[in-house]
Design a protein around this ligand. Structure first.
Ligand code: BES
Ligand code: ZN
Ligand code: MN
Length: 505
């Protein structure tokens, strides 16, 4: 969708529809809406329909002028009560309004800047967040449909209406929102697309595309090289797949940042998780194409870092492979030598995520990172604990975990902390190796985190996010239509933008 400014007098604004936000239980409308109602929108101001509109969350209403005008449709989007207002509600309100416009097949839809007046957020921020919500909410994955799709994606244009030439920070809000949504949607495309298309090789091709667009550097490590480097755990998972595995290493290093210790993002890139020899049951197995959502979020974030030319040194490490049962597959009982030199007894080949991640974490240490953030669809237990709306966050710095949790609340990617106390390590005690790759059923998500913690020295700030629940949604929710959510992209981008302010103690 195209976003365009339309600068001119209020009476001259022109579009197929105009969008306004309404707070619930207020005696008065927001000041910008009031202003419009008292001039161009006179026809609407006295209507009973408008009086009846309650402005509840996710509620929309469409009003039609009695005659043809420059603007003859008004779409109202409810934001809920003022005292519960937050950016999530604004994003979701914009998403609902624009989806309504799409249903009506409207082509040029307008948001007047004055619709954002009176909200308890700074105007540029309100604009940025409502654009992100509105545009990301229109996402659809139609690449594999050959019929039954409309030739036009409504609305084609979003007009930003204003009486005065917009200030630089407002213009910047538009480009920022645009960059973020394209990163989020890149991640979504990769996660929804099936495993026969999104192979490790395909992931590498997408990464390669980023190097061409933004001068991001890339290095590819194939299975043989990984084995030579001692990445026995990554190799153990990869050896069971006929699809060539790889570790993608990306480096975003704008001039002047070369000397800075990098922020390192690590993403789980299992392009399909059958469980391996510890085969998963077949019900809902198709869902396991999502198991590269961590790696996809890192790619999406790099797309944004490149597009926005964010002045930070950032490295991405994406171990990518399928997890398959095969004559050469690793087996329960095998003992694996990790790159760190630690030995792991495989209990379940279905705990493959931590196997590929532990070597990726060890590899990350070469960069002497300022911080490591890893993202992984690691455990089904995380969905049991937190559902599909909240991801789990764990790490070795409480302050950092808390800062990231707060960032997540702001950008609509909810995180909740779980502890990594030392006694949880007892769950992994092995009789013949340094430790096992799984414990019993209890504390599954924490145990996954504790496993990874073995590979990160205490001096290096590190967080692990388990996004098993949040990477996917089975129903349309706010800014995320049914399917892949793109979870993590905003968190990673904000981590880079705000570092070191969010370092914590
Ligand atoms: N990829 C799965 C976790 C998962 C489950 C992600 C559901 C998204 C939705 C992971 O590799 C896995 O199989 N985890 C095991 C861990 C267990 C063997 C300790 C699980 O959750 O059962
Ligand atoms: Zn997995
Ligand atoms: Mn698994």
């Amino acid at each position: 969708m195209l976003v365009e400014w339309q600068v001119g007098k209020l009476e001259e604004w022109q579009s197929d529809a105009i969008i306004f936000f309404v707070l619930e239980k207020e005696t008065e409308f927001l000041p910008g809406f009031k202003k419009w109602l008292s001039t161009e929108g006179m026809w609407l101001s006295e209507s009973a329909g408008l009086q009846d509109f309650q402005g509840k969350v996710q509620q929309t209403a469409v009003f039609y002028a009695p005659d043809r005008r420059r603007i003859s449709r008004v779409v109202c989007a409810g934001l809920g009560p003022a005292d519960k207002f937050d950016l999530d509600r604004l994003r979701n309100g914009a998403a609902t309004a624009l989806r309504k416009c799409r249903d009506l097949q409207l082509n040029r839809v307008a948001v007047p800047l004055l619709a954002l007046e009176g909200l308890p957020v700074e105007r540029a921020r309100a604009l940025e967040e409502s654009l992100i919500g509105g545009i990301a909410g229109l996402y659809r994955f139609i690449a594999l449909k050959t019929r039954d799709v409309e030739p036009v994606s409504y609305p084609e244009t979003l007009l930003l209406l204003t009486e005065e030439e917009p200030e630089a920070n407002l213009r910047k809000a538009v480009t920022t929102a645009d960059a973020l949504v394209s990163g989020i949607n890149l991640t979504r495309d990769l996660v929804v697309a099936p495993g026969n298309q999104v192979t490790p090789t395909f992931m590498a091709e997408i990464a390669h595309g980023l190097t061409e667009s933004y001068g991001i550097r890339m290095q590819l490590i194939n299975l043989q090289e990984a084995q030579k480097m001692g990445m026995g755990a990554f190799a153990a998972v990869a050896q069971g797949s006929r699809e060539p595995a790889c570790i993608i290493v990306l480096e975003h290093c704008p001039s002047g940042t070369e000397g800075d210790p990098p922020i390192v993002f690590v993403g789980k890139g299992i392009t399909f998780d059958t469980g391996g020899i510890s085969l998963k049951p077949s019900a809902k197995l198709e869902a396991m194409k999502l198991d590269m959502a961590g790696a996809a979020a890192v790619l999406g974030a790099f797309d944004v870092l490149g597009k926005m030319q964010i002045e930070r040194h950032v490295v991405g490490i994406l171990p990518c492979t399928e997890n398959m049962p095969d004559g050469k597959a690793y087996k329960p009982g095998d003992v694996i030598h990790t790159m760190a030199g630690l030995t792991v007894e495989v209990i379940s080949t279905d705990a493959e995520g931590r196997m590929i991640l532990c070597d990726a974490l060890t590899y990350a240490l070469q960069y002497k990172p300022a911080v490591i953030v890893d993202l992984a669809t690691l455990t089904g237990a995380c969905i049991v604990a937190l559902g599909n709306e909240t991801a789990a966050i764990m790490g070795n710095r409480e302050g950092l975990v808390e800062q990231l949790r707060a960032v997540g609340m702001e950008v609509g990617e909810r995180l909740w902390p779980l502890p990594l106390w030392d006694f949880y390590f007892d769950y992994l005690k092995s009789d013949i190796a340094d430790f096992k790759n799984v414990g019993e059923r209890s504390a599954g998500t924490i145990v996954g985190g504790v496993f990874l913690k073995q590979f990160v020295p205490d001096e290096i700030p590190w967080v692990h996010m388990d996004i098993a629940g949040t990477a996917w949604t089975d129903k349309d929710t706010g800014i995320s239509p049914k399917g892949a959510t793109g979870f993590g992209v905003r968190l990673l981008v904000e981590t880079a933008r705000r570092w070191p302010d969010i370092k914590g103690r």
